[in-house]
Design a binder for this molecule. Structure first.
Ligand code: NI
Length: 198
């Protein structure tokens, strides 16, 4: 009986103490990530452009940029995203020249620089296609924390992959994300903000 009567106040007290300790902890020791204001997405990569030239993250810095991972055999998401991005860049007008865009393949076995070049000729010419070895692509995907996987089909294979558009600032720091399901106005507002932010 005594124990039962004590149980509720004890529980209330313990919960209160826990909240107090956690709050104090958060106030006194904010995580490194929060205090630095940086999200660990993006970083160094070494790839090959659709013109067959070496291309690293240094080629993108200096202007804000958009990074998207996909593959040329993608039936829907990639062409839709690239089409939308092309329309967005047209809508942005001259401001789009202050933006860079990179389409990184997750299917380097099929997506040679030559094929990337042909494929991208249907989209805004400012979008650079990037390919590389399996290892180079894996390293770039790790830097952006994206997921991709080869999935066998009846006539070969397809690729499962994250469809996030990464918005990066001119220093190569993570700024935000968008994706193909987002309304056009929202996406364009984000791109305008990214360009303004620099
Ligand atoms: Ni795709």
């Amino acid at each position: 009986m005594t124990i039962k009567r004590l149980l509720v106040p004890l529980l209330v007290f313990t919960t209160g103490l826990l909240v107090l300790v956690v709050t104090a902890g958060l106030l006194l020791f904010p995580s490194q990530q929060q205090s630095a204001g940086k999200v660990p997405i993006g970083g160094p990569f070494r790839l090959t452009s659709h013109e067959g030239r070496p291309f690293t993250e240094e080629n993108l810095k200096g202007r804000p940029f958009v990074v998207f991972f996909g593959f040329t055999h993608c039936p829907e998401v990639c062409p839709t995203t690239l089409y939308d991005l092309t329309q967005d860049m047209a809508a942005l007008g001259p401001d789009a020249d202050r933006l860079q865009a990179a389409f990184i393949t997750v299917d380097p076995a099929r997506d040679t620089p030559e094929l990337m070049k042909t494929y991208l000729s249907s989209f805004d010419p400012r979008i650079v296609g990037l390919s590389g070895t399996e290892e180079e692509i894996a390293a770039a995907a790790r830097a952006y924390k994206i997921y991709y996987r080869k999935v066998p089909t009846d006539d070969g294979y397809t690729m499962d992959h994250s469809a996030t558009l990464f918005l990066m600032d001119s220093k190569g720091e993570f700024y935000g994300t968008s994706n193909f399901q987002e309304p056009e106005e929202t996406r364009r507002a984000k791109l305008r903000q990214l360009i303004k932010n620099g």
